[in-house]
Each structure stands twice: as C-alpha cells, then as structure tokens.
Design a protein around this ligand. Structure first.
Ligand code: ADP
Ligand code: LRH
Length: 490
C-alpha cells in the first residue's frame, strides 16, 4: 500500500508550509487504523509587515498576501513534482491559515490593498462604535465569541467603504485565486463575529444592525466540500493535474489542529494549540452562551464536524518571538534553544504577567512591556533575556491552568490530560511548567497537528478513510510519537 496523496497548505502567523500528506491503510487484519505521514516540501517565513499605508496615507500593519500566494504555488509545484517522481497523483488540496483577517475584492475580483493584519490598532476606535449598535451581551448571546479587539466585525467597521465589495477570509482568498470560486469556509466564518453560534449560519440580525451588506461574505462551505478545481493558470504554474479539486478543510488553523488532537475515543478532549497564540480549551457538541461564560471571556468557535471549540486565546509564543525580534533588532540574535536552556536553569516562583492582556497584542518592544506589567504588580523583571523568557513561560503556564480550570467549571468536562499540539509542543520547559501548573499530565505532539487535520479531512472527503473525528484522531495517534510530562505528585 503506497498510500494516497494530498497537499496541505498551512500558513500560520509566523510561517507557512506546503506539505505532501500520505494516507495509507492499517497494518493488517488486527490493525485497521489508517496511518498518515507528512513531508514538508516547502517552508516560508510569514509575519506582520509595518510598511503599509491606507488610502489616507496613515501607517497600517499588513500581510503580504500576494507573496504568500506565490509561496503557496511554489510549494504546490514541489508537491506535484515529489508525488509524480513516485508515480503518485495528488488527489486534492486543502488550505488553512490564521483566522479573522480578510481581503476585500470588487466584482471583477480585484483585491483592495493593503490587507490589514489583526494586530493593527485601527479597531481601537471602532470597538465602541460597534458596541453602541449592538451590546457586548447581545453579540455574545448570538455568536458566543470571546471579546477580542481584532475580531473581523470590528475590523470591518474600520473600512472606509464596503460598497460593491466582498470580504474573503485569508484561506478563502487563496482558494479564490486557485479556483475562481468565492466561498466562506464555516469554521473560519465562526471567527468573524457575524455567525450565529446556534444555527451556524450568518446572523442577519447582526449584519443588519451593523449596517453590513447581506452578501458581504460569500456563501458558506463546510469542511469536506469542494470549492472547485484549479484554474488553468494554476495548473500551468504548479504542474498539478487539470481537474485537481480544492477541498474545504477546517480552514481556521486552530480548527484543523483540534481535529488532529490525538485523543482516545470517548475522552473529554482538553487541548492547548500552541503557536503564535495558545488556544486553550475543550471540545463540546453545543455552544455555552451563558452570561457566566461571557464574563469568563470564553469563545465558542466552530470545529470540524460542527463541534464547538470552547476555548480562550492566551497570549502565546508571540510574547517570546516578539521579544526575540526586539533583541535581534538590538544586535543580539539569541537562539531559541539557548534561551530556553537558560530560562530552565532559573528558579521557580519568579515574576509573572497576565498573558491574556491586550497590552501585548501590538508589535513593539515586548521586554519593556513585560517589565512594565510586572512593575504594576509590584515586582521587578530583570532585562536579562533568560529572565524575560522565564517570566513569559511561567505566565503562560499560569494562564493555561486558570483557563483550563474555568473551561472545566463552565462546560462540565473532566479531562484527565491536556494535549499540547503545534510548534510550541516542542518547548519542553513550557510543557513541564504546564503539567506543574495545571496538575494534569501533558501529552505533547504532534507539532504539525494543523497540517494533519487538513490532510485527514481531505482524505475522508476523498474516501481514503471514513468515520467521525474519533477515527481521524485514531489515525493521528497511530502515526505519531507523543511525549508525556507527568503532573506533579502523579
Ligand atoms: P504559527 O502556526 O502560529 O505560526 P507554530 O505552530 O508554527 O505557529 O509555532 C511556532 C512557535 O513554535 C515558535 O514561535 C516557537 O516559539 C515554537 N517552536 C518552534 N520550534 C521550536 C523548537 N524546536 N523548540 C521549542 N519551541 C519551538
Ligand atoms: C491561531 C489563530 C487563532 C486566532 C488568531 C487570529 O493561528 O488562528 O485561533 O484567534 O490566530
């Protein structure tokens, strides 16, 4: 069994990858669980750019979406070449990226630049404007989304005009460029603040109250459905066969990551999807829209197979990568492995900050902001990089513990372990601190959970495997090695 091939495009806020995923059948009569293997054939850096200006000439933070699209096509060409060198055919493509951001296109399909990055400060003025039209309480009872200042609806309120334009979320924009089809994938649609959490359809009440055109977002598409097939120009550039379909996956990267959490059947699933952000929570089958849940700022985002990702955004490794960027700009290129080793050597009980705080969202001197936050709590933070890193990791672990405790209290789920997936699952110090702070064993891995979720949803759509999320997760569990960190006292 040589396996069946799928191409996964996974673009995070810090890097993008194009992957050849191979799904093969189980190892024999007593092992029918399919296996999934990934080969990363193309990687490229991504990040917020601060060189953009808006139509009034004011500075904005933006994404280089055209550059990203060029990298995606380059990656797809490499995937096509690798598959054909083995005599195999890439059956389909799936795309996921970070959430909430979008490009505006006119009826002819022309993109309005710049495409804003969610860390831009433009929503500072629009949050109160939106809340004047619809109260935060009403927004929550319809959408079930935690308050984040960059949620799409606050960004849309900052647009000078939406007249005659359509909004395409980033994965849907890439899908439009690949296939010509305009759709909105539903897991990512749930991060816009405009989707009804109960029905999973656009909230006409909110669109009307906010004065947004009814057709602003194209029609919804569910994971497993096809956007269409590759445009002739894309076929030519990538060498993929004409007729290759683009399949909707959990196009919100966190939805794909949660779909690939290697949980056992029947397990109450608790996870930390650890990358630029840490998405910390549990999986549910119905949203929790109570006032208590709103006060705790928990979100109900949609997952693959209409599950609910009941979670909170915790600051994440952005705090660390942005600190590294600051030190590099000062001429100190500090490798991550060394920073983590030095931080691990420091004693426990050092200063902490509230890793959830909005004050860390914008780019800029992160060590100084952390020191100021520690000072406000009556402590001091040394400017030694190891001390700053230790403060970040201690603060993240404490925030994880707080968040998981609240998630359990609000949802009634009783997870016996927490799965850490994504790039941050390689951070051994953070995993150890997380086990200590939460009192739950940590199961770390896979690093590429997002791409695995992406591949497996395509594979299921193509008939290479069958079943619900439990079957997808069994394939992940049978295919990857996890690292376990025991809870203290266990
Ligand atoms: P995103 O999808 O948001 O771009 P990733 O899931 O790729 O994020 O995770 C990126 C983060 O993973 C980095 O910011 C870094 O802190 C962490 N990371 C990457 N490689 C390692 C490693 N070898 N050891 C520890 N942490 C790592
Ligand atoms: C993680 C992520 C997260 C969103 C944020 C914008 O990459 O998609 O789930 O809240 O980026």
């Amino acid at each position: 069994d040589v396996g069946r091939c799928f191409a996964a495009v996974d673009v995070g806020a810090s890097s993008g990858r194009v992957i050849l995923g191979t799904v093969s059948s189980g190892r024999g009569a007593d092992d029918a669980v399919p296996r999934v293997a990934l080969e990363i054939v193309h990687r490229f850096p991504n990040g917020v750019l601060d060189d953009g200006v808006n139509s009034e000439g004011a500075k904005v933070l933006r994404w280089d979406v055209c550059g990203i699209f060029a990298e995606v096509q380059m990656g797809l060409a490499k995937v096509a070449e690798l598959a054909s060198s083995r005599g195999l055919r890439v059956e389909s493509i799936g795309i996921d990226t970070w959430a909430v951001d979008y490009g505006l296109v006119d009826p002819a399909g022309r993109l309005k630049l710049p495409v804003h990055a969610y860390r831009d400060s433009r929503t500072e003025c629009t949050v109160p404007v939106v809340h004047e039209k619809v109260s935060p309480e009403r927004l929550y009872s319809v959408t079930g989304l935690q308050f984040l200042p960059f949620t799409t609806l606050y960004q849309l309120a900052a647009e000078p005009t939406l007249e005659g334009l359509q909004a395409l979320l980033i994965p849907d924009l890439l899908a439009f460029w690949l296939t010509g089809a305009r759709r909105t994938e539903e897991t990512n649609a749930s991060t816009t603040g405009l989707l009804d959490a109960r029905t999973g359809t656009w909230s006409t009440e909110l669109l009307e109250a906010l004065g947004l055109p009814a057709g602003l977002f194209p029609e919804l598409i569910a994971p497993g459905e096809a956007y269409g097939t590759l445009l002739p120009a894309v076929v030519e550039r990538t060498g993929l066969p004409a007729g290759t379909p683009l399949i909707a996956v959990g196009s919100h990267d966190t939805a794909s990551a949660v779909a690939a959490v290697p949980a056992a059947a029947g397990e109450d699933v608790a996870y930390i999807s650890s990358g630029t952000w840490s998405l910390v929570g549990v999986e549910l089958d119905a949203p929790v829209l109570s006032e208590e849940s709103r006060a705790a700022n928990f979100t109900n985002e949609r997952g693959v197979d209409a599950t609910i990702r009941y979670l909170r955004n915790v600051g994440g490794l952005w705090l660390l990568s942005e600190s590294q960027r600051h030190w590099a700009a000062e001429g100190r290129e500090l490798p991550l492995a060394q920073l983590l080793a030095d931080a691990a050597a420091l004693p426990a009980g050092g200063p902490q900050v509230d890793a959830d705080s909005d004050e860390f969202i914008a780019p800029g001197n992160m060590p100084a902001r952390l020191a100021a936050a520690v000072e406000r709590r009556g402590g001091t933070l040394s400017d030694e990089p190891a001390a700053v890193v230790r403060c970040i990791l201690d603060s993240l672990a404490a925030a994880y513990a707080r968040t998981l405790e609240q998630a359990q209290a609000l949802s009634g789920r009783r997870p016996r372990a927490v799965h850490v997936v994504g790039g941050g699952s390689q951070n051994e110090l953070l995993c150890r601190l997380t086990a200590e702070a939460t009192g739950l064993p940590v199961l770390a891995g896979p690093v590429e959970a997002t791409a695995l979720g992406n591949v497996l949803v395509q594979a299921r759509a193509g008939g290479a495997l069958s079943g619900g999320l439990e079957a997808l997760r069994a394939a992940v569990a049978a295919s990857v090695e996890l690292r376990e960190y025991a809870a203290v006292g266990a």
